[in-house]
Write a new protein. Sequence first.
Lengths: 381, 334
Amino acid sequence: MTVMEQRGAYRPSPPPAWQPRTDPTPLLPDERPYRVLGTETAAEADPELLRRLYTQLVRGRRYNAQATALTKQGRLAVYPSSTGQEACEVAAALALEERDWLFPSYRDTLAVIARGVDPVEALTLLRGDWHTGYDPYAHRVAPLSTPLATQLPHAVGLAHAARLKGDDVVALAMVGDGGTSEGDFHEALNFAAVWQAPVVFLVQNNGFAISVPLAKQTAAPSLAHKAVGYGMPGRLVDGNDAAAVHEVLAAAVRRAREGGGPTLVEAVTYRIDAHTNADDATRYRGDTEVDTWREHDPIVLLERELTHRGLLDEDFAGRVREDAEAMAADLRARMNRDPELDPMHLFDQVYAETTGQLREQRALLRAELEAEQQDQEGGPR
Amino acid sequence: MTTVAVKPATMAQALTRALRDAMTADPSVHVMGEDVGTLGGVFRVTDGLAKEFGETRCTDTPLAEAGILGTAVGMAMYGLRPVVEMQFDAFAYPAFEQLISHVSRMRNRTRGRMPLPITVRVPYGGGIGGVEHHSDSSEAYYMATPGLHVVTPATVADAYGLLRRAIASDDPVVFLEPKRLYWSKDTWNPEHPTDVEPIGRAVVRRTGRSATLITYGPSVPVCLEAAEAAHAEGWDLEVVDLRSLVPFDDETVCASVRRTGRAVVVHESGGFGGPGGEIAARVTERCFHHLEAPVLRVAGFDIPYPPPMLERHHLPGVDRILDAVARLQWEAEG
């Protein structure tokens, strides 16, 4: 019934959203982060999956170390490391099917490469030779998003569009604890719930937004609690427990795919490194705190489980190490070559068809470059 | 074949027809915004679309402009062609981050791999007696953002033709609809709507020899009226309707100014940092030796948009335009 039809006789008829939920899935998250590793349920975890997670975790850690080293050598403009958060990164990528979409933030290069994106192309933004180096459609990975939470509504829109087209596609969007304070976080979750869009939101709560601790970011009992207000389930998971993060995300993806709508997952983790190489973390946190979290390391946790189940034989562990080293060596070799830069490309693809204004400016730059070259060759100007 | 009598139509009706025809022609076109469904939009521009195409093609969204544009980005990524309605000029500001940080840059950021064919319709400008936040001229903000097209119609026929072009464009287009022209009428046949030139072409609305009035959107009829009034005072004014602020049609504008040797830029937007400064600079840079006088600007004052009972003092009117024309150093001709 439309508002117009309701005129005359006033009969309050609550719109659907006000009706009691019929879905029995609880909205409230567990009181404590869900864990698998080190608990009884660990025995049920698929060994193949655990080995895949482990392979990617080791690779991810190596990637973070290599990229940080490249930054110190001046090969990257900046690198926001996800060391300590590898379980979230890797589980996010592995929870998705090939046809699904990933919407990463700038710290999520590990998830991006775990989706299959070339490790060098994933660093284009941070090297600074272009913005997005990879084709988003090749692996269904949206560009790394720098403005916080702005990628979340994109994920909702894409998931919504896929459903409208009858495609069986889920979008997984990644954001940090700081990002949950942004307006776009709220709007994205609200749109997703209203449209019942097949989207999963993964909040990596790594304790800090650069220097600002979570206590200054929110008064909510947990970030997962925020889901309740939108009418979607919130899930709280140990973000350093790769098996747990994968299980929770895979369930949320399944629920979305089956038409159950969105889920908000908060993964509690810790950023072992500073915000970026340009940050000084000693100004806002102590070593003891970092050391405590090092004991709860995602790789160590998984190694313990694999060893316990006899899945980490020397042969497998060696292959994992070799794979990570090979990736790092390739990354090093390719990143140590200067990227090919063509300033004339600056004017490409600003519009589908270059405007007259930009053609004029391109001509100006071309003349400047020619003059520069003549100067270098010592010829007359 | 039956002949349809050509009746006067309003700009709002032409816009509705453009949306309807675009939706019929292309199933990927989706209209979304606040109150665009059941109500048909506060200006009734989306009237009947939800009924004809269903609520999934013409969608009442939650009331959140950043969310509307942000989700439209995702829809465009997946091959849809969203047409977003911002309810009023000043209500579009929450969507600025999405517009500036993503919509305008996505094509360039991805080297053309991920174009975003999104049309953002924004009713803009004053003159309708709107209270605060309902009458802003926000075009300068959009013009200052590379990657966006900024288009605004001044006639019924252009409203149809330019909106069809905007929706068909593979680039994001900010489509500024002059509110006070929504109810302007013209003889226009919706069954045989004429196409317009591609986005980026200005048009000479009135030819003249004395001076050129360069204008767009809501100020076009005002300039035409001023040109009629100027005739009595012996000035034969040319009126150029820009139609598109980005891309800017230097060719048409400069050809006119070279013919007349004098120019006044007219718009509702504030003068300082407004479109007129850019236009005057472009004209001066290109036509300096043809100019008999400095390029003048007639613009809104550099004040927050005034309350409705005082807005007539703010908006450029015929008298203010004629005063500017009078200051174009005619005495030098001797």
